[in-house]
Ligand binder design. Structure first.
Ligand code: GDG
Length: 409
């Protein structure tokens, strides 16, 4: 069942409200966010259309499935559909349909002081609270959400157990860090041909071309590394893959321009007849090639300014099957930075210090690399994407009203 949206409405909804407003605002970059009533109206309309299609699906299920076949689960994903749950609940309850509603946000949830800049923020909270459970990557985002519910809507909340009371119901809020198909990446890494020549040391970056990913800061840190540690010149190359993204949005066109200039400037400054410091791929590569880069890179730089989780950090770790392994550098402002404690942590805003972290990664003794990588790999192997999905479904599985612990006193 698909949802058909008028192209003009879609543009206001997707490029306008989703990527022009929510994306920067939820990544705590309010100066980049536009607030526009027309975009908001389109967002409301599209959410309404998704909700109506979901109701149709629930009605079909109710007719086709035997009455005792369990409660259908509606699992809503991401900032594109934050209003749908409330509408689905209202209509489904009116029509006596059985359902459970869950939501997962793939990006950060911002602190109250940022969130309240959005003129229709109360509607967003009410929309999400239409669910039985709302999942975020990490506890900080859960607490931000709980805080917003209390301060904006005056809800009763329980911060310790992450519960919010709303409309006579208790909504569970849960940290459920997303993960990757670990074994699949291990197999890809085992099978992938060698692309990087073994004499080169590669520092790898893999990102959508997005201003939240800290690419400009990363290039500047690499430039500083070459300036302060000339011993890495002609030996180390930054391989940056930047996947074109949201190319209809001006902010993204400007970033592309800035990256092109910066790569040109740094390469112009340091290139010798036999070596260029930066290899920059503006485009998408195959997963086999990606696995090969992940496997053979000496260092991976996952240094966003802000990021819900960041799967690249996890995929890199899964593909590190060589002995001795490489080193992961991760930003504390990514969800991944909260959990992958054995990585080197690097604040992308501090360019000089970030250059020193790259130097430390490039010169780290083999036994330390092995120890750190073993721990990182073990965690991702156990907590893979199946574990994540099961955790979500398990958390959804218990009916809140049946579980005394989950009702606020
Ligand atoms: C959002 C949140 C959260 C990248 N380049 C190529 C390629 N990729 C794949 C990677 C990875 C994915 O794209 C990027 O995932 P991230 O997690 O890094 O980032 P977002 O796209 O911003 O995702 C983020 C995520 O949702 C999940 O909840 O972690 O925080 O922003 O899987 O492998 N794949 C191929 N070629 C490329 O050139 N084949």
């Amino acid at each position: 069942m698909s949802v058909h949206i008028d192209p003009k409405i879609f543009d206001s909804y997707y490029n306008g409200c989703c990527n022009g407003t929510f994306w920067p605002l939820f990544h705590s970059m309010p100066d980049r966010a536009m607030f526009c009533a027309e975009h908001w109206r389109a967002y409301v309309q599209v959410n309404q259309e998704f909700a109506e299609k979901t109701i149709k699906a629930l009605e079909i299920l109710a007719k086709e499935e035997p009455a005792d076949s369990g409660t259908p689960l509606v699992w809503i994903h991401d900032y594109h559909l934050m209003l749908a749950a409330n509408t689905i609940r209202n209509i489904a309850e009116e029509r006596n349909l059985k359902f459970k509603l869950g939501f997962f946000l793939h990006i950060p949830f911002p602190p109250w002081d940022i969130f309240r800049l959005f003129p229709w923020s109360d509607e967003i909270l009410q929309g999400m609270l239409g669910c039985d459970m709302v999942g975020f990557h990490i506890e900080d985002y859960c607490l931000n959400f709980v805080d917003c519910c209390q301060r904006r809507l005056g809800c009763r909340v329980d911060r310790k157990n992450l519960l919010v009371e709303h409309g006579g119901r208790t909504v569970r809020i849960r940290p459920l860090p997303i993960a990757i198909p670990y074994e699949r990446f291990v197999q890809l890494a085992k099978a992938a041909p060698r692309v990087i020549d073994s004499k080169q040391k590669i520092v790898l970056g893999v990102d959508r071309l997005d201003y939240t990913k800290g690419l400009v800061h990363r290039l500047k840190a690499f430039e500083t590394l070459l300036e302060k540690h000339p011993e890495h010149r002609e030996k180390v190359t930054l391989l940056q893959i930047a996947v074109p993204s949201r190319t209809d949005v001006k902010e993204y066109q400007d970033l592309k321009e800035e990256m092109d200039q910066l790569v040109g400037r740094i390469n112009g400054r340091f290139t010798t007849p036999n070596w260029s410091p930066i290899r920059y791929i503006y485009g998408c590569i195959s997963q086999d090639e990606l696995a090969s880069f992940y496997r053979d890179a000496a260092v991976a730089l996952v240094t966003p300014l802000r990021d819900g989780m960041n799967l690249v950090a996890k995929e890199f770790v899964a593909c590190q099957i060589n002995s001795p392994p490489g080193v992961l550098v991760v930003s504390p402002f990514a969800g991944a930075g909260e959990m992958m404690h054995e990585a080197l942590i690097s604040n992308p805003y501090e360019i000089d210090a970030a250059a020193e972290v790259i130097h430390r990664a490039l010169t780290m003794p083999e036994d330390e690399r092995t120890l750190r990588m073993n721990y990182l790999r073990k965690r991702e192997k156990v907590h893979d994407v199946n574990y994540w999905m099961r955790s979500f479904l398990k958390a959804m599985g218990t009916l809140i009203t049946e579980d005394g612990d989950d009702v606020l006193p």
